[in-house]
Ligand binder design. Structure first.
Ligand SMILES: [Zn+2]
Length: 387
């Protein structure tokens, strides 16, 4: 077993484990594939699956990212709410402080008044020369005494009333303060529950981030696997030395891609025509497709680049082997390119951009001159391409 073969088998095993997770089936696939076509078929299948999985992982990463963005939006909405509530809280605390100060003042007022009353009564009893007694002792007659008693009563009542009023004021302020304090507690509760919600969301975001990174690194892993498998496929083709069928290359030659996506206008068909540069009736061996400079030229099928050079007449030119079909070999030629993106010996996949449209070589304007060769003979590209 040579090194290349061993490498391929290892790639198979890794690919199968990654794609299916089942080692048993891996071994049967690896050792089951014996012929060139079987090996190519297995590789093409693995490449397809690996590509598909990479795409799925990328889609997954994209959807997780969307979720993360939504969580971020939620978090910032909650933060906005918290900000508003905090402003509310600051205001409420200012009000609470003012109410408390008012209450302290009322309590102090009442206490001072009470003390004043107590002092007055004490002094009255001790010295009898102030307050109610003085008024009473100053009576000049019984009538006067009664009048004065009534007066003292109303003064005492008045004192009590003032005391009651002060108590009422104090109670009212206290009630107001308690209401504000309750509001403060409510806002604090709201803020802390919002903060708890945010914490939960941050946690959720962190775990989504992990999943996002995983999906991305999975996608990168599958991309790397695809790359390795494609290199293996190319090595396999190289080993085969050009002797491969279009089927083994993964081509359905009757289902090739149009080489210039978006440009299908035929400026010159295959057949006899008046030559635009050299004059005279000449055979035109290809199909001219009108397309602007630097329009993409894609590989119509999987293929081996057997020629990629500047040619005096074809300009920048690519020959692509797309394999044999029913014993006939097929080759595509792309001429007058502005720029070539592949080199001889490259294997390209169906749909890969291989060159850009140009007007190099014998050409009088940007276009793609496409030729189809069957066993080396130029035939009408319309045999394989619908136009
Ligand atoms: Zn042409």
């Amino acid at each position: 077993m040579n090194r290349d073969k061993l490498r391929r088998i290892l790639a198979f095993i890794i690919a199968m484990i990654m794609l299916t997770g089942i080692l048993a089936s891996t071994i049967s696939v690896v050792f089951g594939a014996t012929t060139f076509d079987e090996e190519v078929e297995d590789l093409l299948l693995l490449i397809k699956e690996s590509n598909q999985t990479a795409e799925e992982k990328r889609e997954l990463a994209k959807s997780i990212l969307k979720e993360i963005e939504n969580i971020d939006k939620e978090i910032s909405e909650i933060n906005d709410k918290i900000r508003v509530y905090n402003e509310d809280l600051t205001e409420t605390r200012i009000l609470l402080k003012a109410a408390q100060e008012e209450l302290d003042q009322a309590v102090a007022d009442r206490a001072r008044y009470q003390k004043l009353l107590e002092e007055r009564l004490a002094v009255m009893y001790m010295y009898g020369d102030v307050g109610y007694l003085e008024i009473l002792f100053g009576s000049e007659s019984l009538t006067d005494l009664i009048t004065r008693i009534n007066m003292v009563r109303s003064i005492a009542k008045y004192d009590d009333e003032i005391k009651d009023t002060l108590v009422e004021i104090e109670e009212k302020i206290e009630k107001k303060r308690d209401e504000i304090a309750a509001k403060e507690a409510k806002i604090e509760d709201l803020i802390s529950s919002l903060e708890a919600e945010n914490k939960k969301l941050e946690k959720k975001k962190a775990s989504k981030n992990v999943l996002y990174q995983e999906a991305r690194s999975d996608a990168a892993m599958y991309d790397a696997l695809t790359q390795t498998l494609q290199e293996d496929l190319q090595a396999l083709y190289k080993e085969a030395g050009g002797d491969y069928t279009s089927t083994s290359m993964g081509n359905d030659i009757y289902n090739l891609l149009w080489p210039t996506p978006g440009y299908r206008y035929i400026t010159d068909e295959y057949g006899m025509r008046w030559h635009p540069i050299h004059g005279g009736n000449r055979m035109h061996y290809g199909l001219d497709i009108g397309a602007p400079t630097n329009a993409k030229i894609v590989a119509p099928g999987n293929g081996y680049v057997s020629y990629a050079q500047y040619h005096w007449s074809f300009g920048n030119c690519i020959k692509l082997e797309i394999g044999t079909y029913n014993g006939d070999s097929y080759q595509l030629l792309f001429a007058h390119a502005n720029k070539l993106l592949v080199k001889e010996g490259d294997f390209v996949n169906r749909g890969d951009v291989i060159a850009y449209v140009g007007s190099t070589g014998d050409s009088n304007g940007p276009h793609l001159h496409l030729e189809l060769r069957k066993n080396g003979n130029r035939i009408d590209p319309g045999t394989l391409f619908d136009y």
